[in-house]
Design a protein around this ligand. Structure first.
Ligand code: ADP
Ligand code: MG
Length: 152
């Protein structure tokens, strides 16, 4: 399934992501792509809110990964910006991907693309001016429930 959205503010991008976050059960993998400043981390902020985490989402660029919790469920946020070699962190990523209580969301996933499952939600964001973004969402059948609350 392919969906296309336009947003005109960071709040709108967060709102879209929040509706997806509300559907998370665990076990999903979400890949975000865009240029720097495209809105990937903004998207994760909405995702974490929908997921039910009270924690503030910041860019994990310097720490590579952050975990947001809701009861037993965990949302793992990875950012591989500027990472040349995935090494140990790819191992950690592989482990959480196979944990049914964990949802994984990844920025700059190229370096770890071999670890990501084919069945993943992919969100490609393009900047179309100061506050306009176009989002191309492709979703495998298996994860179609994630889009249940999203309308174009
Ligand atoms: P990335 O993680 O892709 O580098 P960020 O989410 O950190 O991007 O930054 C996106 C920047 O663009 C933020 O400053 C945000 O406020 C701004 N922005 C403006 N319009 C939008 C929009 N429609 N959607 C998302 N972010 C937007
Ligand atoms: Mg970011």
């Amino acid at each position: 399934m392919q969906f296309h959205y336009q947003t005109t503010s960071p709040q709108e991008t967060e709102g879209l992501a929040e509706k997806i976050g509300q559907q998370l059960k665990g076990g999903e993998v979400i890949e975000l792509s865009s240029d720097l400043g495209g809105g990937k981390t903004t998207f994760v902020r909405g995702l974490a809110r929908g997921f039910g985490s009270p924690d503030r989402v910041a860019s994990p660029t310097f720490t590579i990964s952050k975990v947001y919790k809701n009861g037993k469920k965990e949302l793992h946020h990875f950012d591989f910006y500027r990472l040349q070699e995935s090494g140990l962190i790819a191992h950690e990523l592989d482990e959480v991907i196979h944990d049914p209580l964990c949802t994984v969301v990844v920025e700059w996933a190229e370096v770890v693309s071999q670890v990501l499952p084919d069945d993943r939600l992919s969100v490609k964001i393009k900047q179309a001016g100061q506050d306009n973004r176009s989002l191309d969402v492709s979703c495998p059948e298996k994860l179609s429930y994630l889009l249940a609350r999203v309308t174009s």
